[in-house]
Ligand binder design. Structure first.
Ligand SMILES: *Cc1c(COP(=O)(O)O)cnc(C)c1O
Length: 444
């Protein structure tokens, strides 16, 4: 049992270890922010983005990496995208405006998401963004807006054959109708290809569907459309813990290890392989009877777009909660932190973010008597728990300590945050290494 509990140690980046050990830095930030805060590290994001771009280059595939912006709201990532000549995938007007305001040009913006509003479609027209069309009625509205504004570049989003229950994408019938409609729309639309976004993190279905869409592009070109690109969406895997730890955890999982005997139906696969840019490479190297996906893309002169969100944020942020108190109601303890479980979105999917949080002890030294404790939020809801799992701490946490959750930038930080109890949203603190030290500033 001890093994399973201890087994979920997070894989940590060197910067994150250095920051967590820099108690003076954490104390300064804590003093300035006076509550929970997120620390973000744009350099790690840039490394991830550059790795994806490098894979495309090394495999001789023309393409673009769109950052799936919804995974984290910070502005600092967008500056890195601009610097590295990347692109951004948005799904709302505020996201679109945020990208523009941080130097992303309209032509480098992709608009995906469910039925887009006319205002969003209009903005895309005005700025030369590419819109993934998801339904026939949306296509009609896009054509009408483009006719009175400017030609609009679109991709047609397909309903994946492996995900027929998805509420996104055009089925094969609508896809045929859409192409006919695009042909009639003439120069108002630039029908530039096809897109999809798959659930799960598997290589093979992405490679297969991409391959099929290359064929669709060639067919569309025969009908006179440019059809220069396909987008394979996001869903690039991440590994938060080591393989052995994840395997042991899954084997030994037991409700007794969780506060109140809580059990969960599903967890994110906290270990998987291949991840990130390596997974992109595996997709490109997937082979069928006609060769690798990369060779087919090159031969057909079809560009490959991808839209990673989580994978670009892997290792790029942590979340810090000040300890508000500690007590024992049972054999294990409860730590209460300043902050809410909404800052760890996984709880709001009825799941748990499993990489083990780390206690930073501050103040006068105390006896190092290990305790196990769940971590609760500072609201008055019974279910506001950041971690139900009984985490082993080296000593009893106390008021003034900090608890750091590792690797939270992808979807955990701010996806579900609210101002419940009129508590301020945790600020995002950008850290940058300057020589031997870190400097910090507020994200804009
Ligand atoms: C959410 C989303 C993404 C990003 O997904 P990740 O799993 O974070 O990589 C990309 N494209 C579309 C259309 C999405 O809805």
């Amino acid at each position: 049992m001890e093994l399973a509990i201890n087994s979920m140690r997070a894989r940590e980046q060197a910067w994150a270890i250095a920051v967590r050990q820099d108690i003076a830095l954490l104390s300064h930030i804590h003093h300035a922010t006076d509550g929970p805060f997120h620390i973000i590290h744009p350099e790690s994001f840039a490394d991830n983005l550059a790795a994806f771009q490098r894979v495309l280059r090394e495999r001789n595939v023309a393409g673009r990496v769109y950052f799936g912006k919804k995974a984290n709201k910070a502005g600092a990532w967008l500056r890195e995208v601009a610097r590295l000549r990347g692109s951004v995938d948005v799904a709302s007007i505020p996201e679109f405006v945020h990208a523009l305001a941080n130097g992303i040009r309209g032509e480098d913006i992709g608009v995906t998401g469910a039925a887009k509003s006319n205002d969003l479609l209009w903005l895309a027209c005005r700025h030369g963004a590419t819109v993934a069309i998801d339904a026939m009625d949306e296509l009609e509205r896009a054509i009408a807006l483009a006719a009175e504004t400017a030609p609009l570049r679109i991709l047609l989003r397909v309903l994946p054959p492996t995900g027929q229950n998805s509420r996104f994408g055009l089925n094969s019938n609508d896809l045929r109708g859409a192409l006919e409609r695009c042909a009639k729309a003439g120069h108002h639309l630039i029908m530039d290809g096809f897109s999809f976004h798959l659930d799960g993190y598997a290589v093979q279905p992405r490679a297969e569907l991409a391959s099929m869409l290359i064929g669709q592009c060639l067919e569309a070109r025969r009908q006179g459309f440019p059809a220069t690109a396909i987008s394979i969406g996001g869903g690039f895997a991440c590994a938060y813990v080591d393989e052995q730890d994840w395997r042991v955890f899954k084997e030994l999982i037991d409700p007794a290890e969780f506060h109140a005997g809580k059990s969960f139906n599903q967890f994110y696969p906290y270990y998987q392989a291949p991840t990130g840019a390596t997974m992109l490479d595996a997709i490109l190297q997937s082979v069928d009877s006609e060769g690798t996906l990369s060779s087919k893309l090159t031969a057909a002169e079809v560009q490959l777009y991808l839209e990673p969100g989580r994978a670009l944020l892997d290792g790029a942020g942590v979340t810090v909660f000040p300890v508000q108190g500690f007590k024992r109601n049972a054999e294990h303890g409860i730590v209460t932190v300043a902050g809410l479980s909404m800052s760890l979105s996984e709880q709001w999917k009825n799941s748990e973010f499993l990489p083990t949080p780390v206690l930073v002890q501050r103040g006068t030294p105390r006896p190092q008597d290990p305790v196990r404790a769940a971590v609760g939020g500072s609201s008055c809801m019974e279910y506001d728990v950041l971690t139900w799992r009984k985490i082993p701490f080296p000593a009893a946490p106390r008021y003034g300590d900090l608890i750091i959750y590792p690797n939270t930038a992808g979807y955990q930080m701010d996806k579900n945050e609210s101002e419940f109890h009129q508590l301020a949203l945790p600020p995002k603190i950008v850290v940058t290494r300057q020589g031997e030290r870190f400097t910090w500033r507020m994200d804009q």
